[in-house]
Design a protein around this ligand. Structure first.
Ligand code: UD1
Ligand code: CA
Length: 486
């Protein structure tokens, strides 16, 4: 907490969000890899407040469980019934006072849990204006193209000072023409807020305690009321339905991609590229169309990912190439090559210049430097050394129906196509295996393992068993050709 930091941030997250038409509480819906309330908490954290309290109500157990994992330092206050935003803030302040009954001093910032586009910078500007002007309350406002549904900012015709906030449902025809709206975000003097909330009434169209009434109450008591106008009205958009959820996702995605591009990342098609807020890039990374990057994914310098690729919690090393791939919890080494059409599951680690090629699935597998698994293979629960080559269509048979077992293949091995490595089994350094082998026993270093049935040719079988067939005729014709052509 620094000198200008607020004492507390109160996040309102008790509402049901009826218009989402969802079993999931509204503030738990996600955009760009984070819940709506998660984005609000991240922005709030940038203010370095003394405490953050989230007011919860509708399905509060679910919201509390989410907060306990996402933001364990955040306290929660229960608002048992949703009696309005003023009532919600009152519950938050009671939790902060910790039953002492003494009002919270210093600045209290109030934000809504459903405004995921709000930035820390805008909150800082609000907090600074509030402190610099010595206000009792400062409301964050914005001019919007369509103010329907929002509380309107009523200003004095002469001085331009904010006099009141009037809810849409309670507004007159002329007030509804106002396009400056209440964002629902405020900076308050904590003590004055506590006093004023005690005076808020419920004689409005919704029969609720409106937080917005605090403005008028403080103004009439002779306190300073101010406003901070947001530079970009899209930042304060509250999400009420799934259309707005999609719009906000698009806006936030554009913001994240713009920041990446300005930092030196090539995004070939921003319209079909989707990133989470937690994804990071190095300079000269290239992202091809149709790519989704999620969670803690990191794309190294000069690496190319996509097209049509989804990477979650995956790190891609410098200069690596990942094409038409799905990966989750994988580590791709520098200059490694993945795909097209690879599936890397948790615990996959590809070394420098290693390869997981076409139609290759890997799980809990460590692939050494320069080792290649180029075609049609499953590698599960395995360790492979350096500069080995795994033949096409090989399966690391890791599951016996009860438990998973491990396979180790050494360095500089060449295993044949269509091998089954029945774990637990070890192939030593420099060993070879024959095509079609089912490897059930350890192969010593430098040996060739052959583990397949001997071939037996039964002469004349087709002529005897399939007389007159096309196969029999072809065989007959072949037998009449001179040896050199047969
Ligand atoms: C509110 C404001 C309105 C503003 C708009 C901005 C009031 C009275 N109105 O209207 O001026 O333009 O936000 O989006 O404040 N909540 C609770 N407990 C409650 C009621 C609400 O926690 O009892 C929470 C909701 O979960 C939500 C936030 O408060 O996060 C705002 O509530 P909502 O019902 O969406 O308010 P609006 O009617 O949109
Ligand atoms: Ca409402």
């Amino acid at each position: 907490m620094s000198a200008n930091s607020p004492t507390a941030v109160v996040v309102l997250a008790a509402g049901e969000g009826t218009r989402m038409k969802s079993a999931l509480p509204k503030v738990l819906h996600e955009i760009c890899g984070r819940s709506l309330v998660g984005h609000v908490l991240a922005a709030s954290g940038e203010l370095d407040p003394g405490q953050i309290v989230a007011v919860v109500g509708h399905k509060h157990e679910e919201v509390e469980a989410h907060l306990a994992t996402f933001a364990p330092d955040v306290r929660t206050a229960l608002q048992p019934t949703q009696n309005g935003t003023g009532h919600a803030v009152r519950m938050g302040l009671e939790e902060l006072a910790g039953g002492t009954g003494s009002p919270v001093s210093g600045t209290v910032i109030v934000v809504c849990g459903d405004t995921p586009l709000l930035t820390g910078a805008t909150l800082r500007a609000l907090n600074d204006t509030h402190a610099a002007d010595g206000n009792a309350v400062t409301v964050l406002t914005a001019e919007v193209p369509d103010a329907t549904g929002y509380g309107r900012i009523v200003r004095d015709g002469v001085s331009g000072a904010v006099t009141a906030i009037v809810e849409h449902k309670d507004a007159s025809e002329s007030q509804r023409a106002i396009r400056e709206i209440n964002s629902g975000v405020f900076a308050f003097d904590g003590q004055l807020l506590t006093d004023a909330l005690g005076k808020v009434r419920t004689d409005n169209s919704q029969g609720e305690e409106y937080l917005t009434d605090v403005l008028g109450i403080l103004r009439e008591a002779g306190h300073r009321v101010g406003a901070s106008v947001a530079a970009d009205h899209r930042e304060i958009a509250g999400i009420n339905n799934r259309v707005q959820l999609a719009e906000a996702r698009r806006t936030l995605n554009d913001r994240l991609l713009t920041a990446a591009m300005l930092a030196g990342v090539t995004v070939v098609d921003p319209a079909t590229t989707w990133v989470d807020a937690t994804v990071s890039f190095e300079q000269d990374a290239v992202v091809h169309p149709g790519t989704q990057l999620q969670g803690a994914t990191h794309i190294g310098e000069g690496a190319e990912v996509g097209p049509n690729t989804r990477l979650k919690d995956t790190s891609v090393g410098a200069g690596a190439r990942v094409d038409n791939t799905v990966a989750d919890g994988a580590e791709v080494g520098e200059q490694a090559s993945v795909g097209p059409f690879a599936y890397l599951r948790p615990g996959t680690r590809l070394g420098t210049k290693a390869k997981a090629g076409t139609y290759v699935e890997m799980k809990n597998a460590s692939i050494g430097e320069g080792t290649k698994v180029p075609h049609l293979s499953y590698v599960g629960d395995a360790t492979i050394g350096e500069y080995s080559n795994i033949g096409a269509a090989s399966v690391f048979v890791n599951y016996d129906g009860e438990a998973k077992h491990h396979t180790t293949v050494g360095s500089h091995c060449k295993t044949g196509s269509d091998n089954m490595f029945v774990a637990p089994v070890t192939v030593g350094d420099g060993a070879y295996t024959a095509a079609g082998s089912v490897i059930t026993k350890d192969v010593p270093p430098g040996s060739l393992a052959v583990a397949r049935g001997q071939q037996r040719n039964i002469d004349g079988w087709v002529a005897r068993k399939r007389p007159g067939s096309a196969a029999a005729k072809a065989a007959e014709a072949a037998s009449r050709k001179p040896d050199s052509e047969a």
